[in-house]
Design a protein around this ligand. Structure first.
Ligand SMILES: [Zn+2]
Length: 167
């Protein structure tokens, strides 16, 4: 999927570009290609972008750090307003709500792969845990206990120094 030059959409039947998806998305770790469809329709003042896609993402468990597979699905629609970039008016930028709307310049490009990457990333679970009964990481490793010991040792010697000073 190459970025689309937005004005080109106006030349297409129903002003729509459609993609059949069967590809890996850069930056997204997946076991299988992303499969599904994506369409972009030019509606004069905005782009109507829709996608149904799924893949198997390879995630890292937040508890035990093991890799595991997670089925990722999106069935989504987004309107992207076509608006020329505004000149900088710092005082007029107070309205934060407007800033959250996605906009593109009418004679710019829309990158369907980047858009899909964002949608799939948003669909990732917030809590990534390999299974409900994930045992988690072994609490004590030799490395860790050695660190703790050396910290206790320096604390002990500090205590000793302090008590000597009192004498
Ligand atoms: Zn786990």
């Amino acid at each position: 999927m190459q970025p689309i030059f937005i004005p080109n959409l106006l030349q297409l039947p129903e002003r729509t570009e459609e993609f059949e998806l069967e590809e890996f998305i850069e930056g997204l770790e997946t076991l299988t290609p992303v499969r599904g469809s994506l369409s972009v329709t030019h509606q004069s003042t905005y782009l109507d972008v829709r996608s149904q896609a799924e893949t198997i993402a390879t995630l890292v468990c937040h508890r035990c750090l093991a890799h595991y597979n997670h089925r990722l699905q999106v069935d989504t629609q987004e309107l992207i307003w076509l608006e020329a970039p505004k000149p900088d008016h710092p005082s007029a930028d107070e309205n934060q709500g407007d800033e959250l709307l996605e906009t593109l310049p009418p004679n710019g490009h829309f990158d369907p792969q980047e858009w899909l990457y964002e949608q799939l990333s948003l669909a990732l679970p917030f809590q990534q845990v390999c299974s409900d009964d994930c045992p988690g990481i072994a609490v004590e490793t030799p490395q860790e206990s050695a660190d703790v010991d050396s910290r206790w040792a320096s604390l002990a010697s500090l205590k000793e120094q302090l008590s000597q000073r009192e004498d």
